[in-house]
Design a protein around this ligand. Structure first.
Ligand SMILES: Cc1cc2nc3c(=O)[nH]c(=O)nc-3n(C[C@H](O)[C@H](O)[C@H](O)COP(=O)(O)OP(=O)(O)OC[C@H]3O[C@@H](n4cnc5c(N)ncnc54)[C@H](O)[C@@H]3O)c2cc1C
Length: 715
């Protein structure tokens, strides 16, 4: 917090203390106002405008400075001005005062509070942005919540000032009326407590919850409207139909079958989807072969005189297919049928909110279902670079068909998929040029982490070109050339094979979404709410098709919510929880992350402490000739609560699991430090990182005293 704000807080606090010390609060009590009623009324008769203005200004000052006295002043207002004018004057005065208090809290404290607790407050902030007006209205009617507390608390949220003003004015109207009316009979009232009967409080509460109830009704009406043009089948023969048997679809179907629902899973291509056939499984198999090769080349590092490997790239790619075949039974029709899932091989099309048509080899089938889960995945995005089609390219879908190692490979894209494949092909012996439009590869990670990966790539002979924008593909004298723009100049990159890995786009076309009018987001994923419902509350989407993440584990995570909400949403719906999302890029060094990194913390203005532990110092990493990498932990300043972790190094994706569990279950660095880690393992890096943090937080003063104690003990 800056000094001027701090000074202002001190001044305000001093004024409040002075107000109480001078006994100002005694003038704003019920008894005092009642005692002065006759005198005030007499003054009002003689000086009506002056009284109104003075009263208004005083009310605004009391409310704006969050001093106690609003209720007695409201009663006095009723007594002096009567029901109509009292209500009008107080309604505006209290709202203006409340808004001033709101703005003061925002100006003085919000930046500090959001900066310090913004990460924790994220859900509240999102809720306020979406439904803040409803919450505020409800709070205004719950008379037990003090007026000044609401003003100050709302100032700390992202609520717009105008929203605060009008909702406060309307929300407080009923309460103002009650108090002003009571004020008109001030002489007959013994205490403010007597004004509100339990029945009146109940009525207020009902009124308060009315907007929320109304919102639910509006949602139901909206849903009715989207359903209006469709005929609902009288009976459903399935509880849920799942479209797509990738990670998301398989898990959705599994959960539905596990809870004994009748579920049909439709896959038009290969069971297991992307992850099994063209994604995680083949890429990790290829990475392993490339890694073995790289380790053989490093034989001398392990004390071996020489070692060499002969290989045929086609055999490596056949091994990849063999690995897929080995994993295949996990995702097979046989396994899922045995689990109770009806599996249909065919192309699905949603024909109404409750019907799905499937084109199979034996004709078209029509299924009636209560709910639908869309899990149609994503496909590689191919940028519209002139000449790309003529030059030809492979993507993560088709690269697995290669059997001949390209001599010169150009990889477009510096994201995780591009990086993993770049290193693999380079290790097999391709001359690889990696082209990235942005200033660095792995842009989502901290610059020093990207740099570690880039340096390793360069060490392995990869030509990494950042800040290079692909402009055109040409064929010059029979040679394929990619032309890139770099700092205003053209750069020519001759290649034999182009691999396009510039991102993946959700599959949203051609299976009924357009006809049903299901919208897509700006990033072209299916638009869903926090329960993963589309605009049709019985149609859900999960996995790559819904975003915002594109990982197998997030697809399965969302699938749980989609399936459970689709089947049991009428009783209870669960909001998809994205609070702790981890991921890894399986390059060498491997990069794994959970939560915030330093770059994001700076961008979001979230204060944090950064603790790093260099893996080059770790015994096991040294024995394994893998003494490189870093564990970087972000914590709340002065506390051991973890905000995020990045690990770069051997088996980073496995090591980070300890931190994922810690973040998920609120375990801090002290507890990680207090946990026995097996010696010698790479996992000890986690404990040592916690140790670095602890050392930086040792109470030096206490240590000095302890030292004195030991000296004294020695006599
Ligand atoms: C090279 C590569 C490496 C990757 N590595 C990792 C990794 O290491 N870790 C990780 O977590 N993630 C990784 N991913 C991402 C991961 O593969 C995806 O996030 C995950 O597979 C998404 O699962 P999904 O079920 O949403 O979609 P998909 O797996 O794409 O499944 C969608 C399925 O729906 C089917 N379908 C579509 N439309 C219809 C229709 N109309 N009718 C019937 N069926 C239909 C498709 O045929 C497809 O099988 C990688 C991806 C790639 C490309």
């Amino acid at each position: 917090m800056n000094k001027s704000r701090l000074a202002l807080i001190v001044v305000i606090a001093a004024l409040v203390v002075a107000f109480f010390a001078a006994g100002g609060h005694r003038y704003f009590t019920f008894e005092s106002i009642k005692a002065q009623q006759a005198a005030i009324e007499a003054y009002y008769r003689g000086h009506p405008w002056q009284t109104v203005l003075a009263y208004f200004a005083l009310y605004v000052a009391v409310a704006g400075s969050s001093l106690p006295g609003a209720i007695p002043m409201t009663l006095a207002g009723g007594a002096i001005f009567g029901l109509l004018w009292g209500t009008v004057i107080i309604s505006f005065a209290s709202t203006v005062g409340a808004t001033l208090a709101f703005l003061a809290s925002r100006f003085l404290l919000r930046e500090w509070v959001q900066g310090r607790f913004g990460h924790t407050l994220r859900t509240i902030n999102e809720g306020i942005e979406k439904e803040g007006a409803f919450y505020l209205f409800t709070l205004r009617l719950i008379v037990a919540v003090p007026f000044f507390v609401i003003n100050l608390a709302m100032g700390l949220t992202p609520m717009r000032t105008w929203t605060f003003y009008w909702v406060s004015q309307t929300g407080m109207l009923a309460g103002t009326l009650v108090y002003v009316n009571a004020g008109t009979q001030l002489a007959a009232i013994d205490s403010p407590a007597g004004i509100l009967s339990p029945a009146l409080i109940g009525a207020f509460l009902l009124l308060g919850f009315f907007p929320l109830i109304a919102k639910r009704i509006v949602d139901a009406v909206k849903a009715r409207r989207v359903y209006a043009r469709w005929r609902r089948p009288a009976k459903f023969d399935r509880n849920v139909v799942v479209i797509g048997a990738g990670s998301a679809g398989l898990v959705s179907a599994y959960i539905a079958a596990a809870v004994k629902a009748k579920v049909t899973l439709i896959e038009k291509h290969r069971m297991g989807g992307d992850c099994l056939n063209t994604g995680c499984v083949p890429s990790k198999a290829l990475i392993k072969s490339a890694r073995v090769l790289s380790q053989i080349r490093r034989a001398r590092d392990y004390g071996l005189k020489a070692a060499s490997a002969e290989f045929d790239f086609a055999d490596v790619m056949e091994r990849v297919q063999r690995v897929i075949k080995t994993v295949e039974p996990h995702d097979s029709v046989e396994r899922y049928t045995a689990l109770g899932v009806e599996c249909i091989q065919g192309e699905a099309k949603i024909t109404s909110p409750w019907t799905v048509e499937v084109k199979t080899a034996n004709g078209t089938r029509k299924l009636a279902t209560r709910a639908i889960v869309i899990a149609a995945g994503a496909r590689p995005f191919v940028p519209p670079i002139p000449g790309i089609e003529q030059a030809g390219y492979v993507t993560s879908d088709t690269v697995w068909n290669l059997r001949k190692l390209p001599r010169r490979l150009t990889v477009l894209g510096g994201g995780p998929i591009g990086c993993e494949l770049t290193q693999c092909f380079a290790r097999f012996g391709s001359q690889v040029t990696q082209v990235e439009m942005l200033p660095r590869i792995l842009i989502r990670e901290d610059p020093e982490i990207s740099d570690r990966v880039m340096k390793q790539f360069q060490k392995e002979g990869i030509n990494v070109l950042v800040d290079h924008k692909a402009k055109e593909c040409r064929i010059e004298n029979g040679e394929k050339v990619l032309v890139c723009e770099h700092k205003g100049c053209d750069v020519r990159i001759p290649f034999d094979q182009l691999l396009c890995a510039v991102g993946r786009v959700a599959n949203t076309q051609g299976y009924g979404l357009e006809e049903l009018g299901i919208p897509v987001t700006k990033t072209r994923t299916v638009e869903t709410n926090e329960y993963l419902q589309t605009i049709y509350p019985n149609i859900y989407a999960c996995g790559d098709v819904a975003g915002p993440f594109q990982f197998t584990h997030t697809a399965s995570h969302q699938a749980w919510y989609a399936a459970v909400n689709a089947l049991f949403g009428r009783f209870r719906k669960f909001r998809a929880d994205y609070s702790v999302i981890p991921w890894a890029t399986f390059t060498d060094p491997e990069v794994a992350r959970v939560g915030l990194n330093e770059t994001e913390a700076k961008e979001k203005n979230i204060p944090c402490e950064v603790t790093t532990y260099g893996i080059d110092d770790l015994d096991r990493a040294i024995t394994d000739e893998e003494a490189h990498g870093v564990v970087k932990v972000l914590t709340v300043p002065g506390k051991d609560r973890i905000l995020g972790v990045t690990i770069a190094g051997e088996h980073a994706g496995d090591l980070i699991v300890e931190y994922i569990a810690a973040m998920r279950h609120g375990i801090g660095l002290n507890k990680i430090l207090g946990t026995i880690h097996i010696y010698p393992t790479l996992a000890e890096a986690n404990k040592y990182a916690a140790g670095v943090w602890k050392k930086a937080h040792t109470p030096q003063e206490l240590l000095r005293w302890i030292e004195k104690f030991h000296t004294w003990m020695r006599g």
